[in-house]
Design a protein around this ligand. Structure first.
Ligand SMILES: Nc1ncnc2c1ncn2[C@@H]1O[C@H](COP(=O)(O)OP(=O)(O)OP(=O)(O)O)[C@@H](O)[C@H]1O
Ligand SMILES: [Mg+2]
Length: 262
């Protein structure tokens, strides 16, 4: 669905390439996780895709068509993004107003708007909070409302840029579980950015970034097996992986599997 071909970008004030010859595919219907330490270029990647940053070298194709200044506004409408900070994403006085906001801006009619808001809130299990004030929700609930706002736009691609990183473990679980369900049911194409390796378990494909480059990509098992690449990227290995790496050959995705092998 999306193809980065040899994309390089450097910020005007930067003294190095924030993205350094990136070539990557994001496939339709897949959950792709992008993992990397602070400053590895993950947000720059999606900012370029969203048209926030201009003046990159290389080429980006969406459904086979090269992204240009002319088609960018239309392409951009097909993508929705949820950011890191749950407190910076609200504009509405109530949960349902907030979810309706983007639809209103896009001129979606009243009846359809009501239906879409309801469906989006139901899919994140927040329908019963529709009349609540967003500021009074927990962090996890806020991010679920932000996801509902994105889903209501019926995007072809949903991007989450460290959307769980400011949440407590409970909030993280809630958000991940909701995303898992949405992905399973609707086969939504997802780009899930994180620096937490423990969160990539559900992805179909994972990409490891370091210093603006892609240093590894593959299935989750393949990523976990290349522990050297992960350690060199300064990522914290999940407990089962790091223990297995020290004790045994192979890859153990769950405690049960590891216990069995031990
Ligand atoms: N507005 C900016 N001006 C100059 N340099 C920037 C700017 N934003 C990011 N950079 C630099 O570009 C590189 C990539 O940053 P980016 O924000 O894409 O990383 P990231 O992987 O999203 O990091 P994090 O995990 O902290 O969100 C870093 O070296 C960063 O310092
Ligand atoms: Mg970032």
């Amino acid at each position: 669905m999306i193809e980065f071909n040899d994309v390089t970008y450097s910020y005007r004030t930067g003294n190095h390439n924030a993205l350094d010859h990136i070539s990557l595919n994001f496939r339709q219907g897949e959950w792709t996780s992008v993992i990397g330490h602070n400053g590895s270029g993950k947000s720059t990647l999606v900012k370029i895709l969203m048209g926030v940053l201009e003046g990159y070298e290389g080429e980006i194709k969406v459904d086979g068509e090269v992204m240009t200044e002319e088609n960018l506004p239309d392409i951009r409408k097909r993508f929705a993004i949820v950011f890191q900070n749950p407190d910076n994403q609200f504009v509405g006085a109530t949960v349902e107003d907030d979810v309706a906001f983007g639809l209103e801006n896009n001129g979606v009619g009243r009846d359809e708007m009501v239906n879409r808001v309801e469906e989006a809130l139901r899919s994140v299990n927040m329908l019963e909070y529709r009349t609540h004030e967003p500021s009074r929700l927990s962090g996890g609930q806020k991010q679920r409302v932000a996801i509902a706002g994105a889903l209501a736009m019926q995007p072809d691609l949903l991007i989450l840029d460290e959307a769980t990183s400011m949440l407590d473990p409970q909030g993280r679980r809630e958000v991940l579980e909701i995303l898992r369900e949405i992905h399973r049911e609707k086969l939504t194409t997802l780009i899930y950015i994180t620096h937490d390796l423990a969160e990539i378990g559900v992805s179909d494909h994972a990409v490891v970034m370091k210093d603006g480059r892609v240093i590894n990509e593959g299935t989750v098992e393949e990523i976990y097996q290349d522990t050297d690449a992960l350690v060199s990227s300064r990522l914290v290995l999940p407990f089962t992986i790091s223990l297995a790496d020290r004790l045994l050959d192979g890859c153990y995705m769950s405690y049960d599997e590891l216990v069995e092998r031990l």
